[in-house]
Design a protein around this ligand. Structure first.
Ligand code: NDP
Length: 337
């Protein structure tokens, strides 16, 4: 089958030549296993850290000469597991390839998904790990309360568009976002229910927050770290809560840590800052799926994806995501059915 391989570890910013599509043999199908043809693959910022040799991440790093992997959704072509017949749609972890052989037991969240309940892309976005991250971050980690003013960074991205919409439905009074560029900021207000949005490239976020939230914020859902986290610390009210979800700003060359001094704000204002990894919170998954599927069915939330076609363009989709080329969930499509 065709797979995307890491050719070499990036020297600084990743480049297209660091990846290649290669042909690899599929293992024979064993008892309890499935042959799956992938239809959609999730493109995730965490892959950036996994390209490095040294960075410690919550899952294994990629190795030069070996295929990449990641979340994907496909259709079962052959099955040696009676309960998962051919034609079943499953989510799993062996993306970045056209076909995969996997244990039926390793398909994600009971494996099957029902394409009649929501379109395929939604199962990797709003109803997938992405939406679940937003839900866990807001409810359990930031302990969102009705009436809160909430700020979300990377607000036009996959987790961000989910978090902004969920925050409103969970009772937030005001929802503010930051994103790169005026077009994304306009979309946040027009399509994703944000009350106001600021372009972090155009002005210091600290100034934007003074304008958008003169009375401060209660919750900060942090996808980017760095300067924006420092600005949020200043804007948070006493007793404010921060869900530390990711640090997009730290992937590039700019890893200055001067902002750490701003943590005095957490002391003065008795803030709670809590990092989380979504997979530790699987107990919330049934509640999440029920609520979000309900909101979708009622037309109260919008699922948005940026879809790139073909395995040959998959590495380019990752590079584009890191540069902010996506609105909503970045996906690679290999087929529709
Ligand atoms: P997104 O769809 O949000 O894509 C990443 C976005 O980051 C880009 O679109 C870009 O938007 C923004 N960005 C890139 N560089 C910078 C920068 N220097 N400063 C600020 N923003 C930048 O990805 P996801 O929704 O998949 O992930 C969002 C965050 O959530 C990531 O940090 C990810 O690591 C984290 N995450 C954490 C999980 C957990 O368990 N803790 C699980 C899943 C995701 P723009 O154009 O606005 O700059």
């Amino acid at each position: 089958t065709r797979v995307v391989c890491l050719v070499r570890r990036p020297d600084g910013e990743p480049l297209p030549g660091d990846f290649a599509v290669e042909e690899r043999p599929l293992p024979p199908l064993g008892e309890g296993q499935l042959l799956v043809r992938n239809l959609y693959m999730s493109v995730d910022p965490s892959m950036r850290g996994r390209l490095e040799s040294t960075e410690k991440h919550y899952t294994h790093n990629f190795t030069p000469g070996s295929p990449l992997d990641g979340r994907a959704l496909g259709v079962v072509e052959e099955s040696r597991c009676a309960s998962v017949p051919p034609g079943t749609y499953v989510r799993h972890q062996l993306g970045w390839r056209e076909r995969a052989v996997l244990d039926a037991a390793h398909t994600d969240g009971a494996g099957r998904i029902d394409p009649r309940l929501a379109p395929l892309p939604t199962w990797l976005g709003l109803l997938g790990q992405t939406g679940f991250t937003a839900y866990v971050g807001l409810t359990r980690i930031a302990q969102l309360r009705p009436g809160d003013t909430v700020l979300v960074s990377a607000a036009a991205g996959a987790v961000g568009t989910s978090a902004g919409q969920f925050a409103r439905l969970l009772g937030a009074d005001r929802v503010l976002g930051t994103a790169g560029g005026p077009d994304k900021c306009a979309l946040l207000v027009k399509e994703f229910g944000y009350d106001a949005a600021a372009d972090y490239r155009a002005e210091p976020v600290r100034d934007a927050l003074a304008r958008m939230a003169p009375d401060g914020i209660d919750v900060y859902f942090d996808n980017v770290g760095g300067e924006q986290l420092a600005a949020a610390l200043h804007a948070l009210r006493t007793g404010g809560r921060v869900a530390l979800c990711g640090m997009m700003s730290q992937f590039g060359g700019d890893r200055r840590s001067a902002d750490i001094n701003q943590l005095i704000q957490a002391v003065l204002k008795r803030l709670t800052l809590r990092g989380f990894i979504v997979r530790d919170h699987d107990d919330l998954r049934p509640e999440f799926e029920q609520r979000v599927a309900g909101w979708l069915a009622e037309g109260r939330i919008t699922a948005r994806e940026t879809v790139v076609d073909g395995l040959d363009n998959a590495a380019g989709a990752l590079l584009s995501l890191l540069g902010g080329g996506n609105v909503g969930k970045m996906l690679v499509r290999l087929g529709e059915s």
